[in-house]
Structures are given as C-alpha cells and as structure tokens.
Ligand binder design. Structure first.
Ligand code: HAM
Length: 418
C-alpha cells in the first residue's frame, strides 16, 4: 500500500525548510523590534468562531473549511485563518485589559482550495494584529512592519502596496446593495460564477479574474462616493502617514478583500512574479469583530502573509555552517568513534557521523555535501588517542590530540555559535 500525501499539502525539508526557518527568524526579530507579543493557539476551534465572522456567504465558509464533528458531535474546524482565533484567545486569556494589545502569530492554516503555484490546502501564515486602537497610526504601523519584513526577506525583489477604504460598516452594506443593482443590469454578460454572487456576495465579483467580469467592473460604482466624513478623514490620514514614512502605495478603488469582517482601511502587498496567486500579504481594519466574537466593543486592525509565497520568491542562502564529517574507517573503532562524536558535539561542532567504514566513499560523500573538514579515525588514531583532520578545500591533513584539534577548529566553533 503506497499512501500519497493529501492533495494540496507538502512536506517541508532541505532547502525549503531552511528558507522557512530563516523567514520565521526574521519575522520574530522584527516583531520584537516593534514590541509585538507572540501567541500560539490550537489548530482547531469551534466552527462557530469562523462561520459568522468570516461571512456565511464568503468562499472560505461556503467551500473551503475543513469542518468535522468530533465524538461528542460538536462541530470543529481546522482554522482557515488566524485573526478570529487570535481574538478568541485574547478574550479567553484576558489580554484585552491594557489596550492596545499587539500580538503576532505564525502557524498553519487549512483551506480546501484548488491547489496551484502558491496555493495550498495546508499553508503557513504570519499574522500581526493590533486590538483596541482606531488610530490611523495603528494601520500605518502595521503596514510599516509588513514592508520591513518583505524588504528584509526579499531584498531587491519588487512588490507593490495597494490600499483602499471600505468606509464604515453601514457604508459597506449600502455599497453591496448598489453593486447588486448594478450587476443585475449586466447579469447575462457576467461569468456564471459571478452571476451566482450578485445577490449574496457582489463584492467578490470585483476581484474576478474573468475577462467578461473585468470589463463590466470597470464601470461599477465607487465605494468612495459613500464614505462618511469620519471614514474619509481617516483614510486621508492613513495615506498621509504612509507618505511620511516614505512608503509608496497605489490606491485601488476595487480592492475589497475576501472576508466579511473588514471596514475602513484594507491593503495588500503583491508581487508580479507569482502568477495568479500574487498577494504576499493582505489585511485591514475589522472594527466590530471583537464584539461579534463575544469580547468588548473595541476596534482592531491587522494583516496576514503567506510564508510559502515568500519562500517561492526568496533566494536560497548557502549553508555557511561548519559541517564536519566524523569518518570511521574501521569497525574496531566504533567505541572510540561514538566517544569522539559526544566530545565534539559537546564543544558545539556540527558533526555528520559517518560509519560506512570506507574512506574513499566517505570522503566523496563529505565533498558532495560541501563539508569543510573531515575528522578521520582508524586503528592508528585509536592507538595514539589522536584524530586526523583533513581540510576538504585543499586536502591537507594532519594528526592532532583532542585539545589541539579543538584549538584548530575554535575559529569555526565560535562562528557557528554566534
Ligand atoms: P487572506 O487574504 O485570506 O487574509 O490571507 C492572507 C495571506 O495568506 C494571502 O495574502 C496569502 O499570502 C496567504 N494565503 C491565503 N490562502 C492561501 C493558500 N491557500 N495557500 C497559500 N497561501 C495562502 C487572511 O487570512 C486574514 N486573516 C488577514 C488579516 C489579518 N486581516 C486582518 N488581520
């Protein structure tokens, strides 16, 4: 029986795992610079946490959630996103007493979407959330963090920031109505998929990738015509603050995002090398969501970024670790070998323990793995309580006792542990 991985999932190892770890380290370092606290929540939650807040008619709730009944018949869902679990955890653990609360999280999400490049059914996200501030500075701080993370991770790769405002909650309701009326006029020209969204979810038609829809959307009404004075002022302030922090952006009047909880500022960072799954980071304001989940009536804003999409763009970094191969060339030195392995690793060296008992094969393998040194032990070394150190760059080799060996490698040991 050969069991295949579940469609849309992938195993992480080797180069991709190395990149993922580097990405996570940078995220944690930057989160620390901005004094955000990390939180880790369970992978599954009560299904109710997601259904209403994400929108009963959203694609995620309608088609993509992994929902199951456990043995008590309670409905559970593998988290499809992290904002609602973070808020649930902040409420459950009383993290909302001194506001604003600034939290970040890294973890796996689950959505049953059609797999393609940059789109998986289990994928990893980083999330940054500020709970309890309606100040435009919170929106701007979060965008600044997102840009800093992308700058540090993607170096000279290009990405663009798109922003929009969805106005207040009432604005969005009125806008949906206006869109429904507008799209009904062109119903027969829209794609079948968009036709089915006219009444329940007309916002989604705006980000349809079908040519017929794109043509009609060009003349769709603009949400900006419906902004309240307050919402309009706040959007201007966000744009002004972004300019002050030297962040370039493109105002995209049709950027509406895919989840129902957004209002006011929404934004996305995109990269054109990724094909159709081009959004690296997306987020926005969600005033009203904390209350809807059973917490106090406080505002919130945040974003999430897909780690696999960043991995796809990130250049590989050569592994600079000192990789040292400890090679046994005779079965008689097994005890001396394992004792040496213990002593070397205690000194902080990274050691690949090689017990093929064939010097030629072992050296070829060490060279293939780009190891810097080989420490070779055979009967002679055992007799003399010594070690032969071979520099694999120039093939020079010399015998040492243990202390002299460590002294010789000390420069590398210090480098490795810093
Ligand atoms: P989202 O736009 O659904 O927002 O997802 C955020 C990011 O997660 C996307 O921009 C993308 O990079 C990545 N992503 C989403 N789906 C997949 C997938 N199937 N495979 C690979 N990567 C994917 C949210 O999740 C909101 N919770 C963001 C937020 C936080 N808003 C406020 N706070």
């Amino acid at each position: 029986m050969k069991i295949q991985p579940v469609r849309g999932t992938h195993d992480l190892f080797g180069e991709e795992l190395n990149k993922t770890k580097i990405i996570e380290n940078i995220i944690r370092k930057i989160a620390n610079n901005f004094d955000f606290n990390e939180i880790i929540t369970p992978i599954f939650e009560s299904s109710d946490l997601f259904i209403k807040p994400l929108g009963e008619h959203s694609d995620v709730v309608l088609k993509e959630m992994y929902t199951f009944n456990d043995r008590n018949n309670s409905s559970l869902t593998l988290r499809p996103e992290y904002t609602t679990p973070i808020i649930r955890a902040a409420i459950s653990n009383r993290l909302l007493e001194k506001l604003p609360t600034k939290l970040f999280a890294i973890g796996s999400m689950f959505r049953r979407e059609r797999p393609q490049k940059g789109r998986f059914r289990q994928f990893n996200q980083m999330n940054f959330e500020i709970l309890g501030s309606d100040d435009a500075l919170a929106d701007s701080e979060l965008i600044l963090i997102a840009k800093k993370i992308l700058d540090d991770l993607l170096l000279d790769k290009e990405f663009k920031l798109y922003i929009n405002s969805l106005g207040d909650r009432d604005t969005l309701k009125a806008y949906k109505k206006g869109l429904t009326n507008f799209f009904n006029k062109y119903k027969k020209d829209l794609s079948i998929d968009s036709q089915s969204k006219i009444d329940q979810n007309p916002l989604r038609i705006l980000d349809s990738k079908e040519n017929a829809d794109i043509k009609i959307c060009k003349d769709a009404p603009l949400i900006s015509k419906l902004y309240s004075y307050e919402a309009s002022k706040q959007f201007d302030e966000v744009k002004n603050l972004l300019s002050s922090s030297g962040i370039e952006f493109i105002q995209d009047n049709f950027l509406v995002r895919g989840l129902d909880y957004y209002c006011k500022t929404v934004f996305e960072f995109k990269n054109s090398d990724l094909g159709s799954q081009d959004t690296l980071i997306g987020g926005g304001r969600y005033n009203g969501l904390v209350k809807a989940i059973g917490g106090p009536d406080i505002p919130g804003v945040g974003w999430a970024g897909g780690i696999e999409r960043i991995t796809l763009l990130k250049e590989s970094k050569k592994n600079e670790n000192l990789n040292c191969h400890l090679i046994l060339i005779d079965e008689k030195v097994k005890n001396y070998g394992i004792e040496t392995l213990k002593k070397l690793t205690e000194k902080g060296l990274s050691v690949y323990f090689d017990y093929k008992y064939n010097l030629k094969k072992s050296l070829a393998y060490a060279n293939k793995k780009e190891a810097k040194f080989a420490i070779i032990i055979g009967e002679d070394e055992l007799k003399g309580k010594s070690y032969t150190l071979k520099d694999l760059n120039n093939s020079n080799q010399q015998k040492f006792n243990f202390n002299a060996l460590i002294l010789k490698l000390s420069k590398w040991i210090i480098l490795m542990n810093n």
